[in-house]
Design a protein around this ligand. Structure first.
Ligand code: SF4
Length: 224
């Protein structure tokens, strides 16, 4: 998920309201280099969607290679995928004219826009309003609470909580991996966090098992 507290982010609470009107200009889909996360759950849903449309990808790896860009998040090598961009204006690879080609399966960050949310230590999500495109903020009034719960339902919030909860430990383990084993560690990281999913099984139990396996395998790698 995007990191809140950028200059154009304004913290809001669930009881706040905001005016927002989608003008169809697609400004929020341009100039987004390393700006829109393509998380594991996003990749899983996109893969299933594209496969259902007969477009071809058979696994999350295909989708990540074609539509994602890995970006290091910390100096341990911990990385996240972001939507690939194209052209001089760094448009999202899924932007077709001014329309989203994967509207039904777009990433959580796109669903939530103009809100961003990230879990904090106490389990509460910090919610911010992205105000960098002021022309969006007119028209109907929306309750933050309704927008947030509609676009980030319980199963999605559970995924982000679990992911964020385990990220610090994984970061520390990656830091502890000796240099000569770093490539092996990052391959494990990719496999368990992004790749090892059966599309005909529910996502969350697989993700939870994968993260536990990743921690276990990294510990083994450090001790060997
Ligand atoms: S996935 Fe769709 S909504 Fe999200 S940035 Fe790309 S074109 Fe825009």
């Amino acid at each position: 998920m995007p990191t809140p507290n950028l200059p154009h982010d304004r913290p809001v609470s669930l009881n706040d309201r905001f005016q927002f009107h989608c003008t169809g200009c697609a400004a929020c889909c341009r100039h987004i280099k390393e700006g829109v996360p393509l998380d594991s759950l996003d990749a899983y849903r996109l893969t299933k969607y594209l496969r259902s449309q007969g477009i071809g990808p058979t696994c999350t790896d295909d989708v990540l290679m074609r539509f994602g860009e890995p970006v290091p998040i910390t100096d341990s090598g911990y990385f996240s995928y972001f939507l690939k961009t194209v052209g001089d204006d760094d448009s999202c690879i899924f932007l077709n004219g001014n329309r989203c080609a994967v509207q039904e399966a777009k990433p959580t960050a796109c669903r939530l826009y103009p809100i961003e949310a990230a879990p904090e230590k106490d389990g509460v999500f910090q919610i911010v309003l992205c105000t960098e495109r002021p022309h969006h903020f007119s028209g109907p009034t929306h309750k933050v609470k309704n927008w947030y719960y509609r676009n980030m339902p319980e199963d999605v919030r559970a995924f982000y909580h679990f992911d964020f909860e385990h990220a610090p430990k994984i970061h520390l383990l990656l830091m502890a991996v000796p240099d000569e084993k770093k490539t092996a560690a990052l391959l494990l990281f990719h496999k368990y966090r992004y790749s090892d999913f059966a599309l005909d099984k529910p996502f969350m139990p697989q993700f939870m098992a994968n993260i536990k396996n990743l921690i276990c395998e990294l510990e083994k790698l450090i001790q060997e």
